[in-house]
Design a protein around this ligand. Sequence first.
Ligand code: RNT
Ligand code: ZN
Length: 415
Amino acid sequence: MDNEQKYTLAKEKYLELGVDTDKVLKQLAEVKISMHVWQGDDVQGFLSDGALTGGISVTGNHPGKATNPTQLRQDLEKAYSMIPGKHKLNLHAMYLDTEEVVDLNEIEPKHFEKWVTWAKEQELGLDFNPTFFSHPMFKDGFTLSSPDDEIRSFWIEHGKRSRKIAEYFGRETGQVSINNFWVPDGYKDNPIDRFSPRQRLMTALDEIFSEKIDKNYTLDAVESKLFGLGAEAYTVGSHEFYMGYGLTRNKLVCLDAGHFHPTEVISNKLSSVALFSEGILLHVSRPVRWDSDHVVIMDDELQEIGRELVRNDLLEKTHIGLDFFDATINRVAAWIIGTRNTIKAILKAMLEPTDYLKEVELSGDFTTRLALTEELKDFPFADVWNYYCEQQGVPVGLDWLEEAQKYEEEVLLKR
Ligand code: RNT
Ligand code: ZN
């Protein structure tokens, strides 16, 4: 039986539950995932060859990592060619592509022109992030909330410039560019004053955002965190800080799956944040015991995120970005696995009879709710996914692995 025949059988099965798989696949094709550039080179970037700081860390030394923008784009193209649908690329300021020697407080749209030209060719949207780490002005663990005026000003200027670049991305690509602010600031050990750094961060952000920029071009997002390496006791930009900030300043609230207590999940936060916020940005990641940024797999939380987005009709309000970095495996494969899984989780959720399940729940029939959600786990979901991949012209099933291995042999290992 070929993929189409298998799909036809699966389609009938889902129709029995009232789920129209053809319609689902059309909806799925509209969902964009923002693939993060930094998985391609272990969060190194092209601004300096210095160490990664900011309390994040990558382990592994798999051979063949991209060391310049051309290689990175080549790897990205390979990854996108094995992912169904049209998506976005999430850039970081430190990935500028220019011959000029410029610092973070000097960057301009022109330093990203090559990325834009390429994104247009590839029909990709572009998101952005100011880089508040891996830089000598990240001093004693502080950037935007530093007590030192000179340091704060440097980073404020960087933040302002990042918005101009995101605006340029939005205007050029015709797709809104999400500009995500994450700052690593914090203390390793118990602080005396938790208040003043937060006050300084608030004021610095207000200054960065003081210029009104057309929301059709760019939307600002703010990302909280519980702790980082070297900021274990206190992180200035905590969840409460950015909930408050995002809600009062009409910013997107960014939820990173690894930025909460280990038993806390972001799936359960979406319906609350969505009620009050301008919008949501997701950093889909996989924390293993800590904010370890493992490659996203098809685990319970990923599926729950997919369900929350679909069941609550939040796909419009939510921008889905990825955030993981693993250097122990083929980096292109890591992108493919994590991105395909994220799309798959959304597909799985779309294949549920949502309205019926809601009715059942409302009527108090929790037995049917449990029976049906359990039974759905055995439905021929993979046949729908495989057909979707075929339809979208990308490898079906594990066929992508052979291609990724060939690419490793022919390109990566020769670097
Ligand atoms: C760090 C944050 C942040 C970074 C990127 C590289 O904990 O998750 O999103 O991973 O900016
Ligand atoms: Zn993140």
